[in-house]
Design a protein around this ligand. Structure first.
Ligand SMILES: Nc1nc(=O)c2c([nH]1)NC[C@@H]1CN(c3ccc(C(=O)N[C@@H](CCC(=O)O)C(=O)O)cc3)C=[N+]21
Length: 297
């Protein structure tokens, strides 16, 4: 029987453990604070940011949220981030991606204080990750490591094929998979939109991480018997539902499930883990900044 990994259950377990960390910080007079900034009217971005804020509230993390008109000058965004960097009650700062085209994305990532960069997107933190000394592991790849661990999938010596080369998922995922550390030690191939014969590559994988942002790109014919399939896709496809859309992964679930031993669903797989690991990084940031050690899950 194929194991369909329950991401909500794993995320809830981590969130329960983090609640104890928040309580321990609270006992020392420290309330972790996460500041989010949204410069977009995109419905998906609004959903994700409000989910993050609700998750904070649920754990006793102080959530601060600012919204900017997408037409506002880039300097306004940078000023808001600068104020959050200075605010001692804010331990984590997150600028929801994507930002509008007239805003220099790289400049935004550089503007966040690296010690508060709970996304792990600042070049200093990217450098530390690549060097094998991460400060904050980016939330989605970190969540995938936790999911694999929870599903008893050992990465050591396995062939992992990452499909997608984004700065948010593909690149940091590949970096974590090749590290000499638990959740790493995998032989890792990175594929992308210019990869010739993608199926030939994914069929060689013990572990496929689908993070291309293309609905149902990977189907069962591209999966080896007994493989592990991690679906990072959160594609909104027009559908006759109450919300007017359906959430579709980068994997064609039904056919891939026929082949895989372990597979994550969408929704309810990687998505909830992303949020749990954002809370994790926020607790870690508060612990570091307040110099109060906690035992992270
Ligand atoms: N600075 C920044 N940091 C991010 O971490 C970041 C970002 N920008 N931009 C967009 C992506 C996307 N992302 C998701 C988080 C949770 C779910 C999630 O919980 N999804 C639910 C379903 C949610 C729904 O119904 O739409 C699930 O898969 O079960 C999905 C996607 C974080 N991102």
């Amino acid at each position: 029987m194929t194991h369909v990994v329950d991401g909500n259950a794993v995320a809830n377990r981590i969130r329960d453990d983090l609640r104890n960390c928040v309580d321990a910080l609270e006992d020392e007079g420290v309330t972790p604070g996460l500041a989010t900034v949204l410069m977009s009217e995109d419905a998906a971005s609004e959903t994700y940011v409000s989910m993050k804020q609700r998750a904070c509230e649920d754990l006793g993390i102080e959530g601060i949220h600012r919204e900017l008109d997408p037409d506002a000058p880039a300097d306004e965004l940078l000023e808001i981030v600068a104020a959050m960097n200075e605010d001692p009650d804010v331990h984590g700062v997150l600028v929801q991606m994507p930002v509008p085209d007239h805003v220099d994305r790289a400049a935004v990532l550089r503007s966040v204080d690296p010690r508060k960069d709970v996304d792990g997107f600042h070049p200093e933190n990217v450098g530390r990750l690549v060097a094998g000394n991460p400060r904050f592991k980016p939330c989605t790849p970190h969540g995938i490591q936790k999911l694999l661990e929870a599903a008893d999938v050992d990465t050591e010596g396995k062939h992992a094929v990452v499909v997608g080369r984004s700065d948010i998922v593909g690149k940091p995922m590949a970096n974590l998979l090749i590290q000499k550390a638990p959740g790493g030690n995998a032989t890792t191939t990175v594929c992308h939109s210019r990869t010739a014969d993608l199926g030939a590559k994914t069929r060689e994988a013990d572990i496929v991480i689908a993070a291309a942002g293309y609905p149902e790109l990977i189907d069962g014919s591209m999966i080896d018997e007994g493989a592990t399939v991690i679906d990072v896709g959160v594609n909104r496809v027009d559908a006759d539902t109450e919300k007017g859309y359906e959430l579709v992964g980068d994997v064609e679930f039904e056919s891939a499930k026929e082949k895989a031993d372990v597979i994550t669903p969408v929704p309810g797989g990687v998505g909830p883990m992303t949020i749990a690991m954002l809370l994790y990084n926020t607790v870690a940031a508060a612990s570091n900044q307040a110099d109060v050690p906690v035992e992270l899950p």
